[in-house]
Write a protein that binds this ligand. Structure first.
Ligand SMILES: Cc1cc2nc3c(=O)[nH]c(=O)nc-3n(C[C@H](O)[C@H](O)[C@H](O)COP(=O)(O)O)c2cc1C
Length: 394
């Protein structure tokens, strides 16, 4: 009997059992004390929903649009590096599940399956997430490769010019393919399905990088290359140039401040993602859901505001949409599904979230996701605003 999956936490439990510790920890960590990572989730719980009754609930719809694209619900799959280490061919499987559900898939620069590989195995266009690297030729070619693959948006991640530290990754010696130590071998021997999948695929390296970046021909030269490559000089001028080079829709990811949201507007982005990288970068930053209203109030009438961080249910999606987001992304929630059950697990994660979103919307007395708003929420006083931005306490 296949396991009965009722919520994302069920997928999480299976994922934990089935995937090697090193990759579980990589997904399940935030930087330093993990305060921001934890609060991304727990701050959603502080917001409550307003129950309404005796409202005709027939003919409901959670369909919407993100940057002009029709979506079955305002939820996209976030870019997640090393997805193909969580399950063999992970990016291809997740992209297929997203396509079948009618939601966008975002491919990370740091993916295992390459841009071309994902394009060959899917028909719906996907979004490509760009990390800006020092090697400008490599970046230009990445952009051209994404154009050639028919990607219909470029998601530029702005909050990783320098890497936040996740303690467990250092202790585990995280790498792709995994480093073989007595501990990692002993652990991998217990993950039979994972190991069989990995033995049957050729996709075990960073597919967008190996053979494409100068000086990176194999996995051993890759780790030193990536450590040096994230471009600390990235600034708004460079973002403007990248946007011109791309020529299509641009989504700026990693905005957590109203001033930066105004800058994103000034460079002509099509959307921004209010995000703190799932709590993996600046530990001590506010959760995405807490920062969302201020940013929506600052720029929401002029640019599409999306958000990610901490979404583990359809209720969370509804809360983000009610706070003013036009779209959301899930990172860990779909990785749990992928690691637990491959493509079927990602499909299940999306189904669970869509069902929860639909039922929650109905019980809040709404029939159309476009009508969901702050009137559906009970938000504690001071939830977004009791902070002094100048750092003074009074
Ligand atoms: C394991 C992992 C790897 C990630 N890799 C990337 C990446 O390569 N590029 C990127 O822009 N964001 C990356 N992110 C951040 C996600 O895109 C997203 O912002 C975050 O996962 C949202 O939070 P959630 O996991 O709580 O849904 C990663 C997140 C996780 C958990």
């Amino acid at each position: 009997m296949p396991p009965v999956i009722t919520d994302i936490e069920d997928l999480h439990r299976l994922y934990r059992r089935r995937v090697p510790r090193m990759f579980y920890d990589y997904c399940q960590s935030g930087s330093w004390t993990e305060q921001t990572y934890r609060e991304n989730e727990t701050d959603f719980d502080l917001i409550r929903l307003r129950q309404r009754v005796a409202v005709d609930m027939e003919g409901r719809s959670v369909r919407s649009k993100m940057i002009g694209r029709e979506v079955a619900m305002p939820v996209a799959l976030a870019p997640v590096g090393l997805t193909g280490m969580q399950h063999a061919d992970g990016e291809i499987l997740a992209a297929k599940a997203a396509e079948a559900m009618g939601v966008p898939f975002t491919l990370s620069t740091m993916s295992i399956c390459s841009i071309e590989d994902v394009a060959r195995n899917t028909t719906a266009p996907f979004w490509f997430q760009l990390y800006v690297m020092r090697d400008e030729d490599f970046i230009d070619r990445l952009i051209e490769r994404a154009q050639a693959a028919g990607c219909d948006a470029l998601v530029i991640t702005l909050d990783l010019q320098i890497m936040g530290q996740r303690h467990k990754d250092l202790k585990n010696g995280l790498s792709a393919p995994p480093k073989l130590t007595p501990t990692s071998i002993a652990n991998m021997m217990t993950k039979v399905q994972w190991g069989l999948g990995m033995a049957q695929t050729k996709r075990r390296f960073f597919g967008n990088i190996i053979g494409h970046a100068k000086g990176v021909e194999d996995a051993s030269s890759l780790s030193s290359w990536t450590a040096e490559q994230f471009d600390p000089r990235l600034d708004w001028d460079k973002i403007r140039r990248l946007k011109e080079k791309w020529g299509g829709k641009v989504i700026l990811k990693g905005i957590l401040d109203a001033e930066d949201a105004r800058m994103a507007l000034a460079v002509g982005a099509d959307a921004i993602v209010v995000s703190n990288h799932g709590g993996r970068q600046l530990d001590g930053a506010l959760s995405s859901i807490r920062m969302l209203s201020e940013i929506v109030d600052a720029v929401g009438d002029q640019i599409e505001v999306h958000m990610d961080g901490g979404i583990r249910s359809g209720q969370d999606v509804l809360k983000a949409i009610a706070m003013g987001a036009k779209g959301t992304y899930i990172g860990r929630a779909f990785i749990y599904g992928l690691g637990a059950m491959g493509q079927a697990g990602v499909t299940r994660a999306l189904e669970v979230i869509r069902r929860e979103l639909d039922v929650t919307m109905a019980l809040c007395g709404e029939k159309d996701i476009h009508n969901v708003g702050r009137h559906n929420l009970l938000v504690p006083r001071g939830f977004s605003g009791e902070w002094d931005p100048r750092g003074r306490d009074g």
